[in-house]
Design a protein around this ligand. Structure first.
Ligand code: PEP
Ligand code: MN
Length: 295
């Protein structure tokens, strides 16, 4: 069976994002940054842009440690209406100032289709958060935004549904999509979410899109982030999304999962040897992934 045949119909019907004989790997280029080749890309920064000082300090620290992309939310999807909702356009301006000063590419979340144009004006990569994975009006608007999209897995979404949302963006005209495993809701409460690391080899086998892992939201626990980052590197993730803050315990959002500059630097040094251990997904035939049922 070849990689483009209808191996079980589950994923291959999303023809624009499923792996085929013609397209087994999408490579995304943002100026001199390459995502999805043999490059391991680290996107790091605070959960939210809080102040110019906080973001610029973080940008310098993560760049020095080897990150290639600066993250920071200017529009924050908060579960509580009383939590900090983000600085909006002011936050986008601070992000673009940090890009000028450090040369880092920028990723930030877009929450509504009405904000697509303004966010695309400032950022290099458009992030779709877990709560927006099924916001089809937003996904369609991202089809014409002219920027790569990082699509996070919905916290209750199956991988099939993640690929379906990717297909919506691709159908709307944008093939530059990065998938992100960020943990799903299960019965487990020891971690904030259950980081589904098996999603990486499954997605890399059935789809040509790059896949990255977010162990910060995936665990919600600072001490677990470097360990799960290591695991993500070994199983062939194309990169990581990591929350970092000058004073993590004082972060306005997601404090418990945020790394200090020192922790991040140590994590980056530790990661180097694991990145080279990643498997070759080209060798895996999709039909080998059909899951068994109860026995
Ligand atoms: C974030 O990246 O800060 C974020 C809100 O992520 P998620 O959508 O995965 O919760
Ligand atoms: Mn966050």
């Amino acid at each position: 069976m070849t990689a483009n045949s209808q191996w079980n119909g589950q994923f291959s019907r999303f023809n624009l994002v499923a792996k085929t004989a013609d397209c087994c790997r999408t490579i995304i280029r943002i100026r001199d940054l390459v995502i999805g080749a043999d490059n391991f890309v680290v996107m790091a920064g605070p959960c939210a842009v809080e102040t110019e000082h906080q973001l610029l300090q973080t940008a310098e620290a993560v760049a020095a440690a080897g990150a290639q992309v600066l993250r920071g939310g200017a529009y924050k999807p908060r579960s509580s209406p009383y939590s900090f909702q983000g600085l909006g356009v002011e936050g986008l301006k601070i992000l673009s100032k940090a890009r000028e000063e450090t040369g880092l590419a920028i990723i930030t979340e877009v929450m509504g289709e009405e904000d697509v144009d303004v966010v695309a004006e400032y950022t290099d990569i458009m992030q779709v958060g877990t709560r927006s994975m099924e916001n089809y009006a937003l996904l369609e608007a991202l089809g014409g935004c002219g920027r790569p999209v990082l699509l996070k897995r919905g916290m209750t979404a199956r991988l099939e549904e993640l690929l379906q949302s990717a297909q919506v963006i691709a159908e709307a005209g944008n093939l530059e999509i990065i998938l992100c495993e960020r943990g799903i809701r299960t019965f487990e409460t020891a971690t904030r979410n259950t980081l589904d690391l098996a999603a990486v080899p499954v997605l890399k086998t059935v789809s040509h899109l790059p896949v990255i892992v977010d162990p910060s939201h995936g665990t919600g626990v600072r001490a677990l982030v470097p360990i799960m980052a290591r695991a993500a590197a070994v199983i062939g993730s194309d990169g990581l999304l990591i929350e970092v803050h000058p004073t993590p315990e004082k972060a306005w959002s997601d404090a418990a999962q945020t790394l200090s500059f020192e922790d991040f630097d140590e994590m980056m040094r530790d990661l180097r040897r694991y990145v080279s251990m990643a498997p070759a997904f080209e060798a895996i035939e999709p039909q080998l992934l059909i899951a068994g049922g109860a026995n």
